[in-house]
Design a protein around this ligand. Structure first.
Ligand code: SAM
Length: 212
């Protein structure tokens, strides 16, 4: 059983029903008649206001970046939702959930509906998929042998692999990766919150590779 679908959050910056009523509605097929009639309070940028969800996904598919995001999920980590939201914000190609199929979607703010999400029952299945795609696995964790991400090569086509809040990345995941990168820290904490770390490294990828 998958996690119950969270309803679309009703956000303050929504838009009202299309002004002027049905006679004024735009004819373009990507518009959703229900949203034109009732207004749109979804968590979408203004460009996609009143658009059907499928039309938004199709448009996103035209410019998703060639990096993937993978997250180990053995303990139902609350950070996964926020990592999916960042993956949407930085237009990652696909998000990969490794381990448990269920994950807490609250932090995703329904962005998972616009994202391609693949499930892998274990690390071996994920590694097989990455090899079949010819995608290097870049593990992200501050463990023995990690390279500061600032100095590390971040290939344009790759999969960024993140660990869980408590244990971090599994030994199996680290062993299967092509390299391990870390975010240099300057304080006393042993680590940064998993979803914050994920956003930092995704942004490092777009800073290097994304066309504005
Ligand atoms: C909160 S950390 C826990 C593991 C961490 N290695 C520790 O010993 O505290 C959970 C996940 O966040 C990410 N993370 C947190 N701090 C990081 C850092 N400084 N560099 C790279 N990844 C980090 C990694 O993906 C890690 O698996």
């Amino acid at each position: 059983m998958t996690e119950p679908e969270h309803p679309e959050p009703t956000l303050p910056h929504g838009v009202p029903p299309w002004p002027g009523g049905e006679a004024e509605w735009p004819a373009d097929p990507h518009y959703d008649p229900e949203l034109l009639a009732n207004g749109d309070t979804r968590n979408v940028i203004d460009r996609y206001r009143y658009w059907r969800m499928e039309a938004i996904v199709a448009d996103l598919d035209l410019h998703r970046h060639p990096f993937h995001v993978a997250i180990e999920n053995w303990q139902h980590d609350l950070n996964i939702g926020s990592i999916v939201r960042s993956a949407n914000a930085f237009a990652a190609e696909t998000v990969h959930i490794i381990g448990r199929r269920r994950w807490n979607k609250r932090g995703a703010m329904v962005t998972d509906r616009y994202q391609h999400v693949l499930h892998h029952p274990d690390v071996a299945d994920f590694v097989e998929w990455a090899e079949a795609q010819g995608l290097p696995i870049i593990a992200v964790d501050n463990v023995e042998g990690s390279i500061p991400v600032d100095d590390a090569e971040l290939p344009e086509r790759c999969v960024l692999l993140f660990g869980q809040e408590g244990p971090g990345l599994s030994d199996e995941a680290i062993a299967a990766s092509d390299r391990v990168v870390e975010i240099t820290q300057y304080g006393s904490t042993r680590s940064i919150n998993a979803s914050a770390a994920a956003a930092i490294v995704m942004h490092e990828w777009v800073r290097r590779h994304a066309r504005r």
